[in-house]
Ligand binder design. Structure first.
Ligand SMILES: Nc1nc2c(ncn2[C@@H]2O[C@H](COP(=O)(O)OP(=O)(O)OP(=O)(O)O)[C@@H](O)[C@H]2O)c(=O)[nH]1
Ligand SMILES: [Mg+2]
Length: 396
């Protein structure tokens, strides 16, 4: 609050500037961010404060907004209610997680014909504070996990319309390929062909983390082991190494439903394969066992989906509460809820008569007085709005 004072002008009118708004906090999907681990060490994020307004109509600067990057496929929900608020699926998707508090308006704003010398200004609004639950959404139903060259790309090309490059050398696949497997009109699921994993992947060997990140986002893991490896690492040993790497990267991955598949069965004599060690034995070349494998995948995907219903791929915007609601408590008091209403009291100085009159006028305009009357409020009743409590006195 400030008034102009220049030479002979003693009371030259109000000139208190507005306070700056607080900074907002945005969540932004970024494909360079692989996990939500950063939130374990730094769960709290804070945007900048707005700067106070000053006399001479000087407005305060707005607070610095904060952009918090999250992996693609991050689902944001309210920690307490579980309500899904947003899904940030693609690089660049952004969602305002909390809005900065509005700066209070300086007394210059309250000049009117009836109010020539407003002696009050708004308080800055308290910033919003909120807890969220962040989860990475599963991006594929089944992930094909295996050493390089075991036939992952070949399998996906046989069971779906995906046509990845297939070649007889390791690391043919450098980016995951996604294929859709259609069983019938009603049943289909997605399979991700993920670049080959090698021993040490969990420590970053062979682009390990980048690949494991995709594994992390699948419902069902299809562990593929070569029944006829060239370099002498037998199928059981391959399985052990793969599971060890998965577990070291993220122990939860070992809880994920999985199917262990022996590949390239056509290259080894049937009696050399102990089929008890595998859930399926296939040859992508002769198609032996492929149909059975697809059936197993389908039923595991089905079971996993039943556990956790899929959410659609759109960004869901937080439903804004609108309007005011009056509730009567058990002990005969009244609570007024609604963002706009709570703002009116939070923003204003409730200690001066003039500001109180302004609040009254705003509450009237927002229909709160009418709602209170309808709810049966009587003189002397306590009415809670935001952090304040008022004693009701009827306007007439
Ligand atoms: N004989 C035989 N060869 C196969 C079979 N499946 C794949 N191959 C061959 O194995 C080689 C590697 O196959 P890919 O499908 O490219 O293997 P990948 O697992 O995708 O390999 P990376 O992308 O390098 O990790 C290719 O030469 C395929 O033709 C199979 O069932 N039988
Ligand atoms: Mg491949």
């Amino acid at each position: 609050m400030s008034f102009r004072r220049e030479g002979p002008v003693v009371n030259g009118g109000p000139n208190g500037g507005d306070g700056g708004n607080g900074g907002d906090i945005w969540l932004v999907a970024d494909h360079n961010v692989a996990s939500l681990l950063a939130f374990r060490d730094h769960p709290h994020r804070r945007a900048g404060d707005g700067v106070h307004g000053k006399g001479k109509d000087l407005h305060g600067r707005r607070g610095e907004s904060l952009e918090v990057t999250v992996p693609e496929g991050t689902v944001v929900s309210d920690l307490y209610t579980g309500e899904v608020l947003a899904e940030l699926n693609n690089h660049g998707d952004r969602w305002m997680a909390v809005a900065g508090g509005r700066g209070g308006r300086g007394n210059a704003r309250f000049l009117s014909n009836r109010r020539r010398a407003p002696t009050f200004a708004e308080q800055g609004e308290h910033g919003e504070e909120r807890w969220f639950r962040l989860e990475i959404r599963l991006m594929a139903d089944v992930a094909l996990v295996g050493f390089p060259n075991v036939g992952k790309s070949t399998l996906i090309s046989v069971i779906s319309a995906a046509r990845p490059r297939i070649a007889d050398y390791p690391f043919t696949t450098l980016e995951p390929n996604l294929g859709v497997v259609s069983i019938d009109d009603d049943t289909s699921f997605t399979v991700a062909d993920i670049p080959g994993l090698i021993e040490g992947a969990s420590e970053g060997r062979g682009l390990g983390h980048r690949f494991l990140r995709h594994v992390e986002r699948a419902r069902v893991l299809c562990i593929m082991v070569d029944l006829a490896p060239l370099d002498g690492v037998g199928p059981t040993e391959q399985e052990e190494i793969l599971l060890r790497e998965l577990g070291q990267y993220r122990p939860e991955l070992l809880e994920r439903p999985r199917i262990v598949v022996g590949t390239k069965a056509d290259l080894v004599p049937t009696d050399a394969v102990d089929s008890d060690n595998f859930d399926a034995v296939i040859s992508a070349v002769t198609r032996d066992g492929v149909r059975d494998l697809v059936g197993q995948m389908a039923s595991m995907v089905h079971a996993s989906r039943a556990d956790e219903p899929a959410v659609d791929g759109m960004v869901v915007l937080r439903p804004e509460p609108t309007g005011a609601v009056v509730e009567r408590t058990d002990d005969g008091e009244y609570v007024v809820l609604g963002r706009d209403v709570e703002r009116v009291v939070a923003l204003n100085d409730v200690t001066t008569a003039e500001a109180l009159a302004y609040i009254d006028q705003r509450l009237e305009r927002l229909g709160v007085l009418r709602l209170l009357a309808r709810a049966g409020v009587a003189d002397g009743d306590i009415v809670h709005i935001g952090e304040f409590s008022f004693e009701y006195r009827s306007p007439h």
